[in-house]
Design a protein around this ligand. Structure first.
Ligand code: KG4
Ligand code: ZN
Length: 346
């Protein structure tokens, strides 16, 4: 039976609401409204939590209104409301959670708390029939600004246990996330936050072999990126002193991007082979990276559509739809107790 879910995402600096329709396991994004706070945080070189939560408060109702209008839907027609409640910036999460709780309570609808990384995993299935045919075990890499995690998934999203993220985690970054490495690189090079997309663009005109940055090694299927950041910071300083930073900017971007992609691919491909995985999927903001996609073309991996790689509420609505089918939701007075969790393994 068809289900219509409103998803809400405010875990970091994107304020987003989306209506997703689920039917026979297929997720169709009916509407998606996102306000990105990137420009507001840019002067500070990163997200300022206090500013983020205050801005979510000003924007959340607008995003919900827009998403409902675009879907040409009345609130009482929704089957459930899902919201990111973990992990993330607590003040930001609370804004989305409060909005979702109010709606669910007043409308007497089920409320579904969603793990942000489960949302990223579900982004693969948004508007896609192809990914329903993923073969398992599937190696899933969640590569974002906050996480670089590897999961070995045994089944599709309809039968993911509640703690599947914890159960299937096989590797993670021991220090910075890959997206953070892009963002810190951008800062060192004088480029605006969040950096990843801009480095990707600039790198297209650069030589990835011009500068040799380290490829830090971590045990097993874990990752490390912090050594790379230090090497880049030293090189950027050298270039600045000699007045050659601008002239070498594209080469620096291409070289550091190549190092990040090398580190990612070394572990992704190792785990894929060792664990005899039958498919490969990459999600999260960094999965939008064009060099990563190019270098993986031989492995025919699955990626979400570009518009669903970075934070958005459609992935939260989609995850909510699968949980609703499994009966994992809260209702009535109980839903008022839902809280935000800053750090969460699962
Ligand atoms: O998934 P996401 O929107 O937020 C988190 O959950 O963290 O990911 C944001 C991250 C940022 O670090 C950003 O620089 C990176 O994704 N990113 C990219 C690209 N587009 C976004 N990194 C590399 N290449 C891109 N094209
Ligand atoms: Zn994210």
């Amino acid at each position: 039976m068809k289900k219509i879910i409103l998803g809400i995402e405010t875990s970091c600096d994107e304020c987003s609401a989306s209506v997703v329709c689920e039917e026979d396991g297929l997720l169709r994004v009916v509407s998606l409204s996102t306000f990105s706070q990137i420009q507001i945080h840019q002067p500070y070189g990163g997200v300022v939590p206090e500013i983020a939560s205050r801005n979510h408060l000003e924007t959340i109702n607008l995003m919900i209104d827009e998403a409902m209008k675009e879907a040409v839907l009345r609130l009482d027609k929704l089957d459930a409301i899902s919201v990111t409640n973990r992990p993330g910036l607590v003040g930001s999460l609370l804004v989305g959670i409060s909005a979702a709780k109010s709606l669910a309570y007043v409308l007497k609808k089920p409320l579904i708390p969603v793990h942000h990384l489960e949302g990223h995993a579900v982004s693969l299935f948004l508007d896609s029939k192809e990914t329903l045919n993923l073969k398992y075990p599937c190696l899933l890499a969640v590569v974002s600004g906050g996480h670089t995690n590897l999961y070995c998934l045994k089944t599709g999203p309809e039968s993911w246990p509640l703690d599947f993220l914890k159960q299937s985690l096989i590797g993670r970054s021991l220090d910075d996330a890959a997206g953070e490495a892009f963002d810190k690189t951008a800062k060192c090079l004088g480029l605006p936050y969040p950096g990843g997309q801009l480095i990707d663009e600039k790198a297209k005109k650069g030589d990835p072999k011009k500068f040799r940055f380290p490829r830090p090694v971590a045990p097993d299927y874990d990752f490390s990126f912090s050594g790379l950041k230090t090497a880049l910071a030293l090189e950027a300083e050298k270039q600045k002193k000699s007045g050659q930073l601008d002239q070498n900017l594209a080469d620096l971007c291409a070289s550091v991007q190549e190092a990040i992609v090398d580190v990612l691919l070394s572990k992704i491909l190792l785990a894929y082979k060792d664990l005899d995985c039958q498919s490969l999927a990459i999600v999260g903001g960094v999965s939008a990276n064009s060099r990563l996609r190019e270098r993986l073309s031989l492995q025919t991996p699955f990626f979400p559509f570009l518009k669903y790689c970075t934070d958005n509420a459609a992935m939260i609505a989609g995850a909510g739809a699968f949980r609703l089918k499994q009966g994992h939701f809260i209702e009535g007075e109980l839903l008022l107790t839902l809280n935000a969790i800053a750090n969460s393994d699962a």
